[in-house]
Design a protein around this ligand. Sequence first.
Ligand SMILES: CC(C)(COP(=O)(O)OP(=O)(O)OC[C@H]1O[C@@H](n2cnc3c(N)ncnc32)[C@H](O)[C@@H]1OP(=O)(O)O)[C@@H](O)C(=O)NCCC(=O)NCCS
Length: 150
Amino acid sequence: MNCIVRKAVPEDAETMAELDRLCFTVPWTRQAFEHELSANEAAFYLVGLIEGEIVGYAGLWQIVDEGHITNIAVHPAYRRKGLGKLLLGELIRLSEARGINKHTLEVRASNEAAIELYRKFGFKIAGIRKGYYPDNFEDALILWRMGEER
Ligand SMILES: CC(C)(COP(=O)(O)OP(=O)(O)OC[C@H]1O[C@@H](n2cnc3c(N)ncnc32)[C@H](O)[C@@H]1OP(=O)(O)O)[C@@H](O)C(=O)NCCC(=O)NCCS
């Protein structure tokens, strides 16, 4: 399965919002993605395409030398095929080339798939935000991945 990864552009916002609705209980809107892709200068997003269709995305906000990963999502029909690994790997590789040397994110404590994916990339649990998610008051795990000192 050939997946092409490229930088997301504002025209991708609608498709990314559709994908979000399939992947998250509290999805981002098209407007939120448009803002990310056209107005937020700290934002950096990648999309993964199979046969020209967007089937996944991953993104972060750059805050000095830190990459705050906002989200990663893969279409349910394309999971467990390595796309999450591909997207996260490229996000980390390309953001390191932009001067980011540590990455962080929050993940729902019950999200075993995502936690396992992050663990494979060297992320470690650094803390817990109790009741962080307003929809079900689930805890968030705070993960960090420290890169090489430069
Ligand atoms: C998390 C997510 C992006 C993973 O995408 P994916 O393309 O299925 O991931 P991959 O196929 O690259 O899997 C990479 C590794 O993650 C782990 N993993 C993925 N899905 C898993 C699952 N359901 N259960 C346990 N581990 C899982 C495995 O370690 C896997 O490696 P392996 O296949 O060699 O065992 C996908 O499940 C998703 O979109 N979930 C909904 C959105 C979400 O929760 N995003 C994270 C927000 S913080």
